[in-house]
Write a protein that binds this ligand. Structure first.
Ligand code: AP5
Ligand code: MG
Length: 221
């Protein structure tokens, strides 16, 4: 039953890969994209590209990101609104780094509701904070990402606990399928856990009549 979900509009999958900074969202999203054909949409990557190109958005976001703070909700929601239709056009989309506040989650829900969709699946990566910090400091030595300094990492963790964690409860309360995945071990081990946990959610009740765990009209309470 493992395999890409069907591609008609009614069965498109809207997934979120969720977790604190350094938990492996980007690493696992790339693998999920390759295996399940869900388009990986990372707001962090989009913003870093804007910063690199020196665009007005990049100029606004760059300093905020380097400090480890969140960019304004309106800015990020506009970015996602502009990109979501194309990103979800195939098998569906896997959102990485968005939504990150309750306001963003509400904006996403409203966007999806306009087309009769809702979030189907949240994959939440769980990694102890000491491991996260170690991973990010190691990456700092290799890649030099502007927000991988000790100070910015502390702020990113703080913002995660203060504003982002609540997004998980928001979707749990909606009855969206939530897969909590142990994000420790090697990237391959983590992906194996995702693969084992996710197929039933992805394939749902079986195509073409896939109910989809969070599909509008399905009995997700
Ligand atoms: P964003 O780019 O989303 O960064 P983040 O959430 O801080 O997370 P990272 O990208 O650092 O980590 P990750 O979970 O993707 O893990 P990764 O796979 O890279 O956001 C950056 C900033 O942009 C925000 O702080 C904010 O300013 C702004 N922003 C973005 N979205 C926003 C939004 N919606 N609203 C407002 N502001 C927003 O792995 C991390 C490292 O660990 C890598 O080096 C990797 O190789 C390694 N690694 C991965 N898996 C493993 C493993 N299993 N074992 C060992 N090492 C591993
Ligand atoms: Mg990332």
């Amino acid at each position: 039953m493992v395999g890409p979900p069907p591609q008609d509009t009614a069965t498109r999958l809207i997934g979120i890969i969720f977790g604190p900074p350094g938990s492996g969202k980007g690493t696992q999203a790339a693998r999920i994209e390759a295996e399940f054909k869900l388009k990986h949409l990372s707001t962090g990557e989009i913003l870093r590209a804007e910063v690199a190109r020196g665009t007005p958005i990049g100029k606004e976001a760059g300093r905020i990101m380097a400090a480890g703070d969140l960019v304004p909700d309106e800015l990020i929601v506009d970015i996602v609104r502009g990109r979501l239709p194309e990103a979800e056009a195939g098998a569906g989309v896997l959102l990485d780094g968005f939504p990150r506040t309750l306001r963003q989650a509400q904006a996403l829900d409203a966007m999806l509701a306009e087309e009769g969709h809702r979030v189907d699946l949240v994959i939440a990566l769980e990694v102890p904070e000491a491991d996260l910090i170690e991973r990010l400091l190691r990456r700092a030595e290799v890649e030099g990402r502007a927000d991988d300094t000790r100070k910015a990492i502390t702020e990113r963790m703080h913002e995660y606990h203060k504003l982002t964690e609540a997004v998980l409860d928001h979707y749990a309360r909606q009855g969206v399928a939530l897969e909590r995945i142990d994000g420790t071990g090697t990237p391959d081990q983590v992906f194996d856990r995702i693969r084992k946990a996710v197929p039933s959610s992805l394939a749902g009740e079986g195509a073409p009549g896939r109910k989809g765990p969070g599909r509008v009209g399905a009995d997700a309470s």
